[in-house]
Design a protein around this ligand. Structure first.
Ligand code: PMP
Length: 425
């Protein structure tokens, strides 16, 4: 146990202090989106009240202050994930979220494959015969951009299979990734199974064959201490709204030398050095090259506050706290007729626990649970292949955040234990 006062941390979330259907709200849907502490809510409105202005433009004082706040937020986010942020060495690109970051990469690789004037940018170019590797556990925002990239370039899409408990079969890296593999995109933590992927063998094999390794860090950055340098990943994408920050913003990590070699994906203002009518433009260095158009500055600033807030609590403390709640949630698997879709042991997993209640449709389960003031997610969680792996189309999913308590998990377990008798199955 840590000496962090998690009950006091919970009180920093105003939304949690309310009743739903006459019961105190129990929020167990942080894998969909996390709630926001008061300091993050305040940071956004404080920005609008005091320094709102376009960044990187204009000679006036407010523009200078907002630019500084924006760049400071980038540095705070970089510190959370072990990335560089010194001027000229930045490795964090602002995006509209994980989906946008992953699409940015797939589009940039597509642009590299076509090239300018028919000359592909070799480092990232794909052609027929090349391979792109994903896994069956991917969120659709990994699967679909890279599947479409394969269709566009003639490359072949391959994937890691899953073990019975839904873990990605990292032990098969040497067979799945071949000399023809150019891109590997894998989730760090399954958004349905909660399983932490053993990425080391996959990263090692990807680099052995010269492929680029992309990590979907959406479900790891909020819950685990991550260090992208130590993990040696080439790119990583995640969303601010799942790490106690605002919606509409996310981040893409890229090794500096790769960001410098990658062609842009989106074109417009604030990303170009020189634009001409009769010859191709010269683009700015990263991260500006990838940040076309006006950025969500207030939200980025607030996301920086969220990153600092998490570091202050300590990622190890957050992980340890959520692990105790995961242990409680895993008791769902002891209920007659309830099956957990993911590892049953509380090892190498987070507190995201998807489950099936035999004979009861997830929407019915969700509604019953909701009537008791407990919020969980039902559906396929934008991950249909992993549900097919378990022989299902949809499931129920409880997921933890830093504000949850053991009592929250106990309330859910008790509620789920009543579902089958309520529906008379
Ligand atoms: N990957 C994973 C593993 C996720 O859980 C999510 C969020 N549901 C995403 C990607 C996409 O994130 P967003 O919708 O915030 O772009």
């Amino acid at each position: 146990m840590t000496d962090v006062d998690f009950a006091a941390i919970r009180r920093q979330f105003p939304i949690l202090d309310q009743s739903i259907h006459g019961h105190p709200l129990v929020y167990l849907d942080s894998a969909a989106t996390s709630q926001k502490p008061q300091c993050v809510i305040d940071a956004e409105s404080e920005f609008y009240r005091t320094i709102n202005a376009g960044v990187h433009r204009g000679a006036h004082e407010l523009a200078a202050r907002s630019t500084m706040a924006f760049e400071e937020a980038r540095a705070k986010v970089a510190r959370l994930v072990g990335a560089n942020s010194e001027e000229g060495e930045e490795e964090i690109v602002v995006t509209a979220g994980a989906t946008a970051g992953l699409n940015l990469l797939a589009t940039a690789f597509g642009n590299a494959s076509v090239g300018r004037g028919g000359k592909p940018a070799q480092r990232f170019a794909l052609k027929p015969g090349d391979e792109i590797v994903v896994s069956k556990a991917e969120h659709h925002s990994v699967l679909l951009p890279f599947q479409e990239l394969a269709y566009r370039t003639g490359a072949t899409l391959k994937w890691f299979d899953l073990a019975e408990d839904g873990r990605i079969r990292s032990d098969t890296a040497d067979e799945v990734i071949t000399e023809r593999t150019k891109v590997v995109a894998i989730t760090h933590v399954g958004n349905t199974t909660g399983a932490i992927t053993d990425i080391a063998p996959i990263v090692r094999r990807a680099h052995e064959v010269g492929a680029v390794f992309i990590l979907d860090a959406c479900q790891s950055v909020p819950h685990l201490k991550v260090d992208f340098h130590a993990m040696d990943v080439d790119f990583a994408a995640w969303s601010a709204h799942k790490m106690y920050g605002p919606t509409g913003v996310g981040f893409l990590y890229g090794k500096r030398e790769l960001l410098e070699a990658l062609p842009p994906a989106n074109f417009g203002g604030s990303m170009v050095e020189l634009a001409w009518m009769d010859k191709p433009a010269e683009y700015m260095a990263p991260p500006a090259r990838f940040e076309a158009g006006t950025q969500p500055v207030a939200q980025v600033v607030a996301a920086g506050v969220a990153a600092d807030w998490m570091r202050e609590i300590g990622m190890e403390n957050i992980e340890a706290h959520e692990k105790t709640i995961a242990a409680e949630l895993l008791k769902l698997g002891d209920i007659d007729g309830v099956r957990i879709l993911g590892p049953r042991e509380n090892v190498d997993r987070i507190g995201t626990v998807a489950f099936d209640v035999q004979g009861v449709h997830p929407h019915d389960v969700g509604q019953f649970i909701d009537s008791l003031g407990i919020a969980i997610r039902v559906g396929h969680h934008c991950a249909q292949p992993v549900h097919r792996h378990f022989g299902l189309y949809a499931s129920n999913r409880a997921s933890t955040g830093v504000y949850n308590s053991i009592e929250d998990a106990q309330a859910l377990v008790e509620a789920v234990s009543k579902v089958r008798s309520f529906f008379k199955v």
